[in-house]
Write a protein that binds this ligand. Structure first.
Ligand SMILES: Cc1ncc(COP(=O)(O)O)c(C=O)c1O
Length: 406
C-alpha cells in the first residue's frame, strides 16, 4: 500500500518508539523533549535567536499568532485560494475577514497581480503559503509589497519548505509550521510558530502556557496512530491490513485530521491545546533522519517532473510534500491506481478544502479566483515519501491509466 495521506512518514522505528511510550505515561504531557525540540528546530531551520512556540496543531498556532497581533476585528486577512480550512477557520473565528487571492498556475502560490488588485487599506495581514513545499516564485516581491503596505506577514510552510530558506536569515513576521501526519515530518498532530524579537516571543510563550492539555484518550490515540499506521501498511496488501484499517476507523481508534465541526465550517477549540511532550519525542525521532528524507523526497519530485509533467511547470520539481500532477483524467487515474492499493492525494479539490465544506461558510465568492478554481479540477498529488522503484511503478500506473482514459 502507498498512500499520500495515511501514515506516509511512519517507519518501524517510529512504531517501536510509540510502543515503548505507551508504557511511560509520565512522559506524555511534560518533559525535557519539548525544550529539546525547540532547540533542534531553531538550529536546523532558523537561527538560535529565533523564538519557537509549539501547539497541538498548526491551525492552533496560527490562531494564537493572529490573536497576538494588535489588529481590530473586521480587518482583512489576505490569503490564497487553493488552501485548507485549517488556515481560514482561525481567521473567521477571530472576527477577521478572509480575502481570497488567486494563485499562479506555475507554483500554486499567491499571484502578485491579484494581490495588488485585492489589497485595501483594511488589509492588515498576509498569509503567504508555500503550497506543496514550493517556494512562491514571486516570494521576495510579495514580501516587499507586504512590508511597504505595513501588512503583518505569516509565511505558511505547513506543507513543507526549502530548508535553506530561513537558515541563519532574518525574516519578518512569523513562520507557521505543521507536524500533522501528512506533512514532511509528523508527530501525528503538531504545529509551531517561529518569530523573531522578544516582545512577540513573550506573547507566544504566554499563549502556549495558557492552553489546556489534550486528554489522555486523545494522547492514546495519537501514540497508537504510529503503531497502527505501520501495522496497516505492512499488512494491507494481504487484506488483513485493510480489515484492521476498516475496524480501527469504525471504532474511532484513528483520530481524524479534521473534525466534524471543522467540516461544518466552524473553528474547533479541540484543536487549540498544548503540544504534548510525547509528540516532541516523535518529532525528534523524525528529525534524526530528516536530511535523508528531505533529499529523497526532492529526488522523487524531480523524477516525476522529468518523466511525466509538462515542462512549463518547472517549479513543481521543488514540491517536497506531494508532487502536483495536472491532468484532465484525475478521477479515472485515482480509481485505476487504487486497484493497485496506491492512494493518490487530493490537495485540493476545492478552493478551500476539504470538499465537504460549504464555501459560503468561509466567505468565498465563486468566480473570484478563476485559476485556483480551474486547478482544483485538474490536480492530483503523487507521493514523494517513497522509494525510486515505487515512484517508477506509480509513473507506469499513471501512464497506463492515462492511455485507458483517452
Ligand atoms: C496550507 C496549510 N496551512 C496550515 C495548515 C494547518 O496545519 P495543521 O493540520 O497542523 O493544523 C494546513 C493543514 O493541513 C495547511 O494545509
Amino acid at each position: 500500500m502507498i498512500s499520500t495521506d495515511f501514515g506516509p512518514n511512519e517507519k518501524g522505528s517510529d512504531a517501536l518508539l510509540a510502543l515503548s511510550l505507551l508504557f511511560q505515561p509520565w512522559r506524555w504531557r511534560r518533559g525535557k523533549e519539548l525544550h529539546n525540540l525547540k532547540r533542534r528546530l531553531k538550529s536546523k531551520f532558523f537561527s538560535l535567536d529565533t523564538h519557537i512556540s509549539l501547539f497541538l496543531t498548526g491551525r492552533g498556532a496560527l490562531y494564537q499568532y493572529l490573536r497576538s497581533l494588535n489588529v481590530e476585528p473586521g480587518a482583512e486577512v489576505l490569503v490564497q485560494a487553493f488552501t485548507c480550512e485549517a488556515v481560514v477557520l482561525p481567521i473567521l473565528d477571530l472576527g477577521f475577514s478572509p480575502i481570497y487571492i488567486d494563485i499562479e498556475e506555475q507554483d500554486f502560490c499567491i499571484d502578485l497581480m491579484d494581490l495588488k488588485k485585492k489589497y485595501t487599506p483594511q488589509s492588515k495581514v498576509l498569509i503567504l503559503q508555500h503550497t506543496f513545499g514550493i517556494t512562491p516564485k514571486n516570494r521576495l516581491k510579495i514580501l516587499a509589497f507586504a512590508a511597504k503596505n505595513g501588512l503583518h506577514i505569516i509565511e505558511d510552510v505547513a506543507h513543507g519548505f526549502d530548508i535553506d530558506l530561513f537558515k541563519n536569515k532574518r525574516f519578518n513576521g512569523a513562520i507557521l509550521m505543521s507536524f500533522g501526519r501528512s506533512k514532511i515530518f509528523s508527530s501525528v498532530f503538531g504545529g509551531a510558530i517561529a518569530t523573531r524579537g522578544k516582545r512577540v516571543g513573550d506573547l507566544m510563550k504566554d499563549a502556549e502556557r495558557q492552553l489546556p492539555n489534550p486528554s489522555t484518550w486523545f494522547l492514546l490515540q495519537l501514540i497508537s496512530y504510529k503503531i497502527n499506521a505501520v501495522i496497516i501498511h505492512g499488512l494491507y496488501d494481504v487484506y488483513i491490513g485493510k480489515i484492521i484499517h476498516f475496524l480501527f476507523k469504525q471504532f474511532n481508534l484513528i483520530v481524524p485530521e479534521i473534525t466534524k465541526r471543522e467540516k461544518m465550517g466552524k473553528f474547533d477549540s479541540a484543536m487549540l491545546k498544548t503540544y504534548p511532550n510525547v509528540a516532541a519525542i516523535f518529532m525528534l525521532e523524525q528529525l534524526n533522519r530528516f536530511n535523508d528524507v528531505y533529499q529523497s523526497r526532492k529526488a522523487i519530485s524531480n523524477r516525476y517532473y522529468y518523466k511525466i509533467q509538462p515542462k512549463q511547470y518547472s517549479a513543481y520539481q521543488n514540491a517536497i510534500n506531494r508532487f502536483p500532477y495536472i491532468t484532465k483524467h484525475r478521477d479515472s487515474i485515482c480509481a485505476f491506481a487504487a486497484k493497485y492499493n496506491i492512494f493518490l492525494g487530493n490537495w485540493y479539490t476545492q478552493v478551500v478544502a476539504p470538499h465537504e465544506l460549504d464555501l459560503m461558510d468561509v466567505h468565498y465568492k465563486n468566480g473570484s479566483c478563476p485559476k485556483a478554481e480551474k486547478l482544483t479540477k485538474l490536480v492530483l498529488n503523487l507521493p514523494t515519501h517513497i522509494s525510486a522503484a515505487q515512484a517508477e511503478g506509480i509513473i507506469q500506473v499513471v501512464h497506463k491509466a492515462h492511455e485507458i482514459a483517452v
